[in-house]
Design a protein around this ligand. Sequence first.
Ligand SMILES: Cc1cc2nc3c(=O)[nH]c(=O)nc-3n(C[C@H](O)[C@H](O)[C@H](O)COP(=O)(O)OP(=O)(O)OC[C@H]3O[C@@H](n4cnc5c(N)ncnc54)[C@H](O)[C@@H]3O)c2cc1C
Length: 479
Amino acid sequence: MSRPGRESENRSVSTPEALHRFSQDPRVRTRRSGPPRDGGKCVVYWMQRAQRILENPALDLAIGIANELSLPVVIYFSVMGNFPGANLRHFHFMQQGLRDIAEGAAERGIGFVLRRAPESTLEAFLEEVNAAILIGDENPLREPERWRAALAKRLTIPYWTVDADVVVPSAIFNRSFVLLHHFRPHLKRHLDQFLVAGPAPAPVKPWRPARATSSFDLSRDITEGFAKLDRGVEPVDTFTGGTHAALKRLDHFIRHALAGYNEQRNHPAVDGTSRMSPYLHFGHISPITIALAVRAAAANGQCPGDTAEKFLDELIGWRELAILFVRHNPNYDNWECAEPWARKTLIEHAGDPRPWSYSLAQFERAETHDELWNAAQRQMVRTGYMHNYLRMYWAKKILEWSPDPARAFEWAVTLNDRYQLDGRDPNGYSGIAWAIVGKHDRPWFNRPVFGLIRPMSGEAIARKTDTVTYIANHSPSRN
Ligand SMILES: Cc1cc2nc3c(=O)[nH]c(=O)nc-3n(C[C@H](O)[C@H](O)[C@H](O)COP(=O)(O)OP(=O)(O)OC[C@H]3O[C@@H](n4cnc5c(N)ncnc54)[C@H](O)[C@@H]3O)c2cc1C
């Protein structure tokens, strides 16, 4: 940034004020403050969670700052072979998304550089391109947050992150909530301010890479040579990754299923939900894009207003409740996150006889006595996705048939994160916590094994929905 009274070659004198204005946005967190590097040649956006060009507040901020500094923007993406819990299924889906990013960046005049760790590091790249400032996105999970905090300590240029994958920035609340109905009024108060399309500024200076700026060729497999990668979980063809596929699926949902969402969402044999979760997990689509499209559909009479609101309650209410839970509870992925009442009741019932008890391997191979449970497990293993109604049942039964609640939680996380395309996500940890330790739920009636945790029965589900078709669709012989 120009020092007072001195105008540097490529920056206007108004730059400090403009930067200050950007930093006041509630989505923005200044992780390392200070002026942009004097003589810096570009703004780097380190893309990690928000893997998209469309409706990406982190990218918008990088472009806004770059325009103020009269600099180009380059997106840096690092493929990490040891990303926690990632396997071939996840990398395959991510690679499909990366192609859309490369295409979108080129159309918008932004650079896109793909490198693979450990051959290249972000810090080496910042030196290579002489970055003036680093912009990043946010991720509430433990490891990605640790990387960001550690990076901020090491960097010598400013580093800001943007809460790009929520509607209302989490910092606005700065706390978690016990129940959704406690959270809703707070959320509603801020929705109109944040549920709006971003400015999508056009870059003033196009990125012209130096000849030596290499980028991994996306026609090659991004996992090439990753010796330690878990390749046992194969890619699926039920979902295609990327923003294009996400928008296509969203359009399909709005035209064919949104109007019936209230009635159909609890019928696992029906294609009655959005299936946006893998795209949201990888940041291929913004929740703002989805919410605005659903609101527009309601305004056009494509669905009743209360149906749109019910969907938004899931997409924004439950999803952002989960994100706040993960952000504020260091035990989000183990049973220690239980509320005191849940912990007490589960300990009281720890010695109850289990009518059935299975090992993790038996669960994984869908070898229980319960055909509905086995079908749900097979849907997840084969398609990378399990219907919401059965996710609840699936996790409740893991509690019922595991030796103790701590192991039930651990095993549910292991399986969920391994096979679901949307796994390793705040929604997964909060969903498992809801099912197994009563998180975001209230005490129910005292029962063996469950204590006061809400139970679920296969018979009750079979009375409400067509489990016969669901089981047939996911039978052992059907692929
Ligand atoms: C045991 C268990 C495990 C789960 N694991 C995951 C997971 O790993 N990843 C994941 O994204 N979701 C998880 N969920 C939440 C939910 O089941 C999925 O988000 C939903 O089924 C995804 O399908 P959809 O996109 O068609 O949902 P829709 O019904 O179309 O809902 C739209 C969006 O709203 C959000 N949403 C819906 N239901 C919930 C919910 N209960 N909690 C938080 N957000 C919600 C999701 O982002 C979803 O994509 C889990 C729930 C349970 C009970």
